[in-house]
Design a protein. Structure first.
Length: 320
């Protein structure tokens, strides 16, 4: 494979990311990619990332991996994986470009894409385990994709009782602290923390001390939850309340959250308006039919039995 390492795009604790220019590119290999490299001796996380990306396959919401190789540079052996290049860098970088926080319209759109990505990952049987703004990449078309699968794991894979420490303390879920459980609800909790950070420019937990244990105790024990921003819309607050639920079994899943009005796109909104108009005008589609279909499609299991079309709260949510 012929390629040239370009400038540094980013670096983490176990790898660096550079631009890479490919000189003998084939059809399924773009001429410009990102290359993520790590010393071969410490490359187990990068190898895990490559394996998981291969098993996940292609999704518009997950960063693409084109292949891997080994190089010998400056007396060191490196393991490299070639990833789709994201011109916008990470969502964490984007926050700086917007002066520290993003407008709610953008937060809604990015959240929808991240949720689509998480739904795909969870349905394929994996958990990302490190959702945070530094691991979300902004593409040329302003779509975002999930990256950094180094800590990802297969769902329900037992850890032989070993204490694990995956992810970043600010984003860690209560069940990971209390029971060492890292399943799909942990990614949803972390998404909630990322969403608060996108909107406020500050971490979801107000923590300035150096004692990380005191933060972990606050997250894991007692009733305290991350602060829900006052300036958020009603839909935004409701959305976060579905996420910041300490019991992982009661926390909404990616699939359920994608049906929440906070992440509805313009297509959904006009479809719903159309359906409302249809249901209130004499037409072959009866109000009763519409109402049932609607309940199933857009509500949590607890809410499915409520006649939503006639519900004031619902009508308010639709008119956003
Ligand atoms: N930073 C980390 N990964 C990246 C990628 N694939 N493209 C651009 N910047 C990055």
């Amino acid at each position: 494979m012929n390629w040239v390492r370009g400038h540094l795009l980013g670096s983490g604790s176990f790898a660096t990311v550079n631009l890479a220019t490919h000189t003998n590119n084939s059809d399924n290999f773009p001429s410009i990619t990102a290359v993520k490299s790590s010393d071969t001796c410490y490359s187990h996380l990068l190898q895990n990332e490559k394996q998981i990306l291969d098993r996940l396959g292609s999704s518009p919401y997950i960063i693409n991996c084109f292949g891997d190789d080994h190089t010998f540079e400056d007396g060191e052996d490196y393991y490299n994986i070639f990833l789709e290049y994201a011109v916008g860098g990470t969502l964490f970088d984007q926050l700086k470009n917007y002066g520290g926080k993003l407008p709610e319209t953008l937060v809604r759109r990015y959240t929808r894409s991240i949720l689509e990505g998480l739904k795909y990952v969870h349905e394929k049987g994996f958990v990302h385990c490190d959702v945070k703004l530094q691991n979300i990449l902004v593409m040329e078309d302003d779509n975002v994709k999930i990256s950094d699968f180094g800590l990802a794991k297969e769902k329900s894979l037992k850890n032989d009782g070993k204490l694990e420490c995956r992810g970043t303390p600010m984003f860690i879920s209560p069940e990971a602290i209390n029971d060492n459980v890292y399943e799909s609800p942990a990614d949803i909790w972390a998404l909630g923390c990322a969403l608060v950070e996108m909107f406020t420019g500050k971490p979801a937990w107000n923590f300035s001390g150096s004692n990380i244990w005191s933060l972990l105790i606050r997250i894991g024990v007692g009733e305290e939850l991350p602060l829900i921003p006052d300036e958020f819309s009603q839909e935004g607050k409701d959305f976060l309340q579905k996420i910041f639920v300490k019991d992982p079994l009661k926390r909404w899943t990616a699939d359920m959250l994608l049906k929440h009005p906070f992440v509805w796109d313009d297509k959904n909104i006009s479809l719903v308006k159309e359906l409302i108009n249809e249901s209130s005008s004499p037409s072959p589609r009866t109000h009763f039919n519409f109402s049932k279909e609607f309940e199933y499609d857009f509500c949590s299991p607890e809410e499915r039995l409520q006649p939503l079309v006639e519900d004031q709260r619902f009508v308010r949510l639709v008119r956003i």
